[in-house]
Every structure is written in C-alpha cells, then in structure tokens.
Design a protein around this ligand. Structure first.
Ligand SMILES: [Zn+2]
Length: 424
C-alpha cells in the first residue's frame, strides 16, 4: 500500500538564502494576485476564465516583460505551482467547498513549492538539501526522511523558515494491534468524549496565551503604525499566534495518535460545515448549544480543530490498520443507550442525560459517544445489544447514504475482525 507522508524541518539558511526565500515567496504572492486580478477582469468583461496553460503563458510574458523583470530571478516551477494553487482555489469555489479566492497579503502563509524531484537533492547524512536558485540549505535533521521525495514546500513562520518534504513509499498493510471499537462525541465544553468515558479537554484551553495575545494586540494598537515600536509589537503578536497554533497542533496530534493506537475502529459524527453553522443558532424548537462559543473567531478555530482532528484520525488509523467510520449525527444526543427511547426530554441539561423512561443517567457527552459507536456498529453488522438498536438507532442515525469515509474494504474487514464484528 502506498503511503504519502510529509516530513517537516526547520531550515538554517544563510542571510543571502533568507533574502532570496523572502523574494521568492513575494514573487509567488505577486503572481497569484496578478493572475487572480486578471481572471477577475476577464470575468467582468464577459470573457472566459483562463486555464492553467493560459496562465502559464501569461506568466512567461510577465517574466520576460519590462514591467516585472525581477520575476525572472525566482525559480519558474514554484511560480507555476502558484498558478496551480489558484486553479485549485477556483475549483474549490465552484464546487462550493470554499469561498471565492482572495488576494494574498504579505506575511500571510508565505511559502513556495518545488514540484520536481529531479531538481531537488536531499543529503541526509550532511543535514542539507539542494533547491534550485537557493543552493545547498542546512536543516535541523530531527528524524530520517522515509521514502522517495515527491515535492518540497518552503514556508516562513515568525521569521523562521521551514521545509516540508512530501514523500511516497510502499508499506506493508498493517494489522491493527488494538482490538476495541470506540465512539467519539465532539463538543465545545469537552473537545472529544469517548464512549469508554474518557475525554480530552477543549481546544480553547489555552486561556493564558490568549490573554497574552489580547494584551499584545492592545499594546500594538497604541503604537504609531509602521514605527519601530509598532513593528516590535507586531512581531510579538505574531510570536504568540505561532505559539498558540503550535500548542493546538501538538494537542491534536497527541490525541489523534493516542486514539488511533488504542482502537481498531473509531466512529465519529459526520459533521459538516453546513450542519454546524446551522446548529449554532438553532431554532426556537431546538435552541442551539453554546451559541456564543460557536460563533465568530472562536467557532472558526473550533471548526478547524474538528476537521483537522478527523483528518488526522483517518490517516493515522489507516497507518495502524484501523478504520474511521463517519455516522450522521441525528438523535445521537437524545437516544437512551439503555432502553433506546428517543426524546429531547432525555437531555436534562448540557451535561446530564437522564432517560425519562428507564431512568438511565450518564454524562450527556458520553451518551452521545456511545450512540455514535452503536450507529457505527449498526452500519455494518448485527448489533449485539438487542434488536431495538437495529430498529431505532439505525433508522435514526444509519442512513445508507452516509458511512465509510473511504472504500478500502480489506482494511475495513481487518478492523472489523479485530473488534469482533463478523462480516457485512
Ligand atoms: Zn432509557
């Protein structure tokens, strides 16, 4: 089985290399913005959007033209990759996956990508790599790169430069070591609650850093714009931003690694952006949960966390031979795991679930996670806990349209036999 993996390292560039990397990132940004402006202008004049080949022709003209001769100093492949990125941004927009492409600003995701492995030389023994127009760059060699290099992305964050090496290699399909299945309920008060009762603290539990960030932002707003002190304050704001981002990333990786190693099958709610923005405000009949927390910036951070968490679970489970199952979220918070009674009365408070029929009481998030797990089971096999679950829960939560995230049936079979579910 093919395994794609990225390895990221901090670069230790010379002063000249840093200047060049800044210029190359700037050239890519310039090309992206110029191409976007061109597409917009063509659209306003009723013309057709240029394809990738058409944009590349324009790029050649810009590089050879008198107006922007400095574009010729930047390596041509990364500039073309920028046009590919713009193409993808448009495709995502037309497929309703993303907003309309926006102009890039300086300091916002400064990066560029070398797509051709033939132009890249990786010398791991000497902790250095060769990139066109930059020469040999030293990097902090913290671990071995495994597999054949496919492409390389150079990026900048808070004045530090990083290289991400995308590789591909053949690995033996792994057999899951774990033998358990678990359901996960994603939430605001608790980031993730597992059906076995354990839970992970919320993603926004970095309050201390957020206070520091707010203070730094206030300090920056008091300075004269673009003065030296303003620049210092700005650098401080960026440093804190990076620290919060790193802490979150680290947290997501640690929790997704632990869960994917401990369980062969993981069931998770199939949350979609549309569902979540809808559920935030709610209706008078079913008022939204944690409306304030789910709106604004906070919401976007949480959403990102959820999707990134799910993406990591998916690929890490695949690496370990496990399987991620997405189930539609209807009624997972209102169904009694003990007797199967479905009612919103069961949900006494945000935190407490108490069945009005059989009196079963449990933390509401744990109940959600148990129901997610059972819905995952019900999707694929007989449910050992009694017939009501097949009747009620699978009707409520197991529509055939939703289900496995990826159709890798042999891996699913392995995961299912690991947790003791007999075939489909
Ligand atoms: Zn009950």
């Amino acid at each position: 089985m093919q395994r794609l993996q990225a390895f990221k390292y901090e670069l230790m560039p010379t002063g000249e290399q840093q200047r060049n990397m800044r210029r190359f990132a700037g050239s890519c940004r310039f090309v992206f913005n110029k191409a976007l402006a061109l597409q917009k202008a063509r659209y306003e004049q009723g013309g057709k959007k240029l394809g990738y080949a058409g944009l590349c022709k324009e790029l050649t003209a810009w590089r050879n033209g008198a107006e922007t001769p400095w574009l010729a100093d930047a390596p041509v492949h990364p500039l073309q990759q920028t046009l590919k990125d713009l193409e993808r941004a448009y495709a995502n927009f037309f497929a309703k996956r993303a907003d309309f492409p926006r102009f890039k600003r300086k300091g916002q995701g400064d990066s560029f990508r070398y797509p051709d492995p033939k132009q890249i030389k990786l010398d791991q023994a000497n902790s250095r790599l060769f990139l066109p127009k930059l020469g040999w760059l030293r990097y902090r060699n913290s671990r071995d790169v495994l597999g054949a290099v496919k492409n390389i992305t150079v990026s900048q964050s808070c004045g530090r430069w990083f290289v991400s090496i995308q590789t591909e290699r053949e690995v033996e399909p792994s057999v899951p070591q774990a033998t358990s299945a678990v359901g996960i309920d994603m939430g605001v008060a608790r980031f993730a609650t597992l059906s076995d009762g354990s839970f992970y603290a919320p993603l926004d539990s970095f309050k201390r850093q957020e206070t520091a960030l707010r203070k730094a932002q206030q300090a920056m707003s008091r300075k004269t714009k673009f003065s030296n002190n303003w620049k210092k304050a700005q650098a401080r704001v960026q440093r804190i931003h990076a620290r919060i981002g790193n802490a979150r990333r680290d947290y997501l990786h640690k929790s997704s690694t632990a869960i994917s190693q401990n369980h062969a099958m993981v069931c998770i709610e199939d949350l979609q952006v549309r569902n979540m923005s809808k559920s935030a405000a709610g209706t008078t009949d079913a008022p939204g949960k944690n409306v304030r927390a789910k709106t604004g910036l906070n919401k976007s951070i949480l959403d990102q966390g959820w999707f990134e968490f799910r993406r990591q679970l998916d690929y890490k489970l695949a690496w370990n031979g496990g399987y991620l199952i997405a189930v539609p979220p209807q009624n997972t918070s209102r169904t009694c795991p003990c007797c199967g009674y479905v009612s919103k009365e069961n949900r006494k408070t945000q935190a407490l679930f108490a069945c009005v029929r059989c009196g079963y009481e449990e933390n509401a998030d744990v109940v959600g996670a148990i129901n997610v797990l059972r819905a995952g089971h019900a999707r694929f096999a007989c449910v050992p806990q009694g017939d009501f679950l097949r009747g009620k829960v699978s009707d409520a939560v197991g529509s055939p349209a939703a289900g496995t995230h990826r159709s890798d049936s042999s891996r699913l079979d392995a995961a299912m036999s690991a947790v003791g579910i007999s075939g489909l």
